[in-house]
Design a protein around this ligand. Sequence first.
Ligand code: MN
Ligand code: MN
Length: 289
Amino acid sequence: MSNTAPSSAQHQTISLLGIPFDGNSSFLRGPAQAPKLIRHALFSDSTNLWTEDGLDLGQPNSFHDAGDLDVPKNPIPAFADIEAGVWRTLGNGHPLICLGGDHSITYPILKGFRPRWPDLTILHFDAHPDLYHELDGNHLSHACPFARIMEERLARRLVQVGIRTINAHQAEQAKKFGAEVITMRELAAPNAHCLADLNLQGPLYISFDVDVLDPAFAPGVSHYEPGGMSVREVISMIQGLRVPVIGADIVEYNPTRDHHSQTAMVCAKVLKEISAAMMRRGMPPARWP
Ligand code: MN
Ligand code: MN
């Protein structure tokens, strides 16, 4: 079956890096157990490795798996290790998908991206803006990464999608940092924003917090926030991207809350479609079949 894929995309290797760290979670632990389970779901015999536009990710060399980082529990040295591990893995020259972990890791991940990719746009899927200046006295909390990222100008532009918990403080922060917030309410409106309106430019980094999905689709998260996106809406949005995607993270999957690996399979599906978007390099997806 190799080399028969009809996709306009060029097959290329994608790096995977597990970051089993949940030390900055504010409510529950669990996401540190996620990377192994997402990989397990990805390679599960219950499905195949074809993307919806006809790329066979089961071909040899589709993935370079850099394994899981051995991160200490203390956030300060953990963040230094994450930054270094990401930088090292990017040295292979492949697009990189990091498997979290709680959402705090996006900050050190992007520090690892900065030397190679100083001019990123971030497409951030989440129920929460994660823009708190601090939460419970913790500036590195999983509720704060995008405040740190924008303060340090690790991205040129931050576009947040699916948000449905914004409070006065975070609305102020969004304004201060120039974050473009597309709330769930706006997404669900009859003349909803579509990606084309955003005029996104590459290189693009996707930060995917699983709780952007309605808990009906993805129960394996720490913070249930009803009224979220469907898996299909997320996939359509990823397939609608027309800019090069060079990096991504999938965070906040909490296996201790999952049912029968349902959410692990959702993570694997999103991982496959993000991989396809990376291989398309900004081209539209092929029709397959
Ligand atoms: Mn988040
Ligand atoms: Mn969230």
